[in-house]
Design a binder for this molecule. Structure first.
Ligand code: V4E
Length: 236
């Protein structure tokens, strides 16, 4: 499993020139459609878990436990999420979260709990294809956000290792850049944070405040009530 460490930045008209100047190599451009899922009462995202299907590939981003004490700017500007990409592992993790939540509130009946347990134990795994939606129905998960992104990706080779930069343009009219390093779980988080800060300095980015991601802007615009709840819960 890997931890994605990421810093978002505002894309200006000069960004492509700046990337070229610091030796970034363009490694491709692609378009993809993302669908994000949660329960109707947003059990997952209010705990900072983000379940996504991108072109048939599932991913669960989970909050990573901070084991470092980086300086305040780096801590504020970067996000860290553990990424799970195996569907059976995602199903177990998601059903565990939902089971714990429903147990806390005693909101479910025994047949709902049985359905959740079945997904947790991957009893239906053999019929789970990328298109299968049964497990989503069993866990009562619905799509709450859907958008397309046009992405231009770059890589920067540095002594400490490669860093990736993505320039994203979402179909609802928002552009954002991301400097990203993937760290194997238990790997050197401080080194990753320093590499990201180094590239931000090379790109001449000002480090005043955290830049909004595509999801922040999407929810603010199309799901304002949920956005307000996430802000109150200090998730966004
Ligand atoms: C909202 C959110 C998440 C879902 C979106 O993740 P993100 O990395 O922004 O999307 P994308 O398309 O770049 O995914 P990738 O291709 O890198 O896999 S995951 C975590 N959050 C919460 C969050 C936050 N708290 N703060 C910021 C600045 N961004 C996201």
């Amino acid at each position: 499993m890997t931890v994605e460490v990421e810093r978002k930045f505002v894309c200006d008209a000069e960004i492509m020139g700046k990337l070229q100047d610091i030796g970034a190599e363009c490694i491709g451009q692609r378009q993809f459609r993302d669908q994000y899922f949660d329960s109707p009462d947003f059990i997952l995202t209010l705990k900072d878990f983000w379940l996504r299907c991108r072109e048939g590939l599932w991913e669960l981003k989970c909050p990573a436990v901070s084991g470092t004490t980086p300086d305040n700017d780096t801590e504020t500007l970067c996000t860290r999420y553990r990424e799970i990409t195996s569907l059976p592992l995602i199903q177990s993790e998601v059903s565990k979260i939902i089971r714990e939540h429903t147990a806390e509130g005693s909101e479910s009946n025994s047949s709902q709990r049985e359905q959740i347990d079945k997904v947790a134990e991957n009893e239906d795994t053999e019929i789970c294809t990328a298109d299968d939606t049964k497990w989503l129905n069993d866990l009562n998960l619905v799509c709450f956000a859907e958008f397309k992104t046009e992405r231009c990706s770059y890589t920067l080779e540095r002594v400490a290792g490669a860093v990736r930069v993505d320039l994203d343009q979402a179909d609802f009219g928002y552009c954002v850049g991301e400097i990203e390093v993937l760290v194997p779980e238990g790997g050197d988080m401080n080194a990753a944070l320093q590499r990201i800060t180094g590239i931000a300095v090379e790109l001449g980015l000002s480090c005043e405040k955290k830049v909004k991601g595509k999801m922040d802007v999407y929810l603010q615009r199309y799901r304002p009530e949920h956005y307000a709840k996430l802000l109150s819960a200090h998730i966004l």
